[in-house]
Design a protein. Structure first.
Lengths: 150, 83
């Protein structure tokens, strides 16, 4: 079971994680990651706008979710990613992996984020006052994704 | 051929998408980028470093020698920064 959603609206982390395992008796654990907007400017007027490629974004996230299910035999996987204008403290992304045992859940959740960071077509624009700049991709994210190469 | 641009590529080129009819010499992603560079200063600026550009053909990642056809949707964008 894979749930992938790309949306402007906020999400309720607790409700989403509850829904992932509701009525299930075969799940031993759920590992999740919630990404938030940090106050990168430090001056209190920071905002972040996430742009994405509608269609391809969903396709890439579904492929990443399917890969995780296949590699770790997950009982459930969840990816929610927001787009649009966000403020410091706002939720950006939620990934979760439900598995029989904790190691698979932890590893799969880390894999979901590492692949999402380098494959899902999102771009972050940071604005502070009159200044704006597009966030640059990090080599450390490529290295993290490369760990999962087969 | 439908072209779509994202993030700073979109801003430098000045439009989000367009439909183009490249010459017959444009057969793959590499030759498409070279041809686009000659369409104006915004294109030249956006495409100055082809190694900094990621390409999707029909919403799937492709690299330089990948063939393209008139019916394709080709997206050009910077390395992704979501999550």
């Amino acid at each position: 079971m894979a749930i992938v959603r790309v949306q402007a609206a906020d999400f309720d982390t607790g409700a989403e994680l509850d829904a992932l395992t509701r009525g299930r008796r075969d799940v031993g654990g759920v590992a999740s990651f919630t990404g938030l907007v940090r106050d990168f400017g430090g001056s209190g007027d920071a905002a972040m706008t996430l742009e994405h490629y509608p269609g391809m974004t969903e396709r890439e996230l579904e492929a990443i979710a399917a890969e995780a299910v296949q590699r770790w035999g997950l009982q459930g996987v969840l990816i929610i990613h927001r787009y649009g204008r966000l403020q410091p403290g706002d939720r950006i992304v939620l990934t979760a992996a439900a598995a029989a045992h904790r190691q698979a859940a932890f590893d799969a959740c880390m894999f979901l984020m590492d692949w999402l960071k380098t494959r899902a077509p999102f771009w972050k624009l940071e604005e502070t006052g009159d200044e704006r700049h597009w966030v640059e991709a990090k080599a450390s994210d490529d290295d993290a994704a490369a760990k999962w190469a087969k | 051929m439908k072209l779509i641009y994202f993030a700073w590529l979109r801003e430098r080129i000045g439009i989000a998408e367009e439909t183009v009819t490249p010459p017959a010499s444009v057969t793959d992603v590499t030759s498409l980028i070279e041809w686009l560079k000659g369409r104006g200063p915004g294109y030249a600026l956006a495409l100055a470093k082809p190694e900094a550009i990621r390409v999707a053909v029909n919403q799937q990642y492709r690299k330089g020698p990948a063939p393209i056809a008139a019916s394709d949707e080709v997206a050009l964008f910077p390395p992704v920064t979501g999550g």
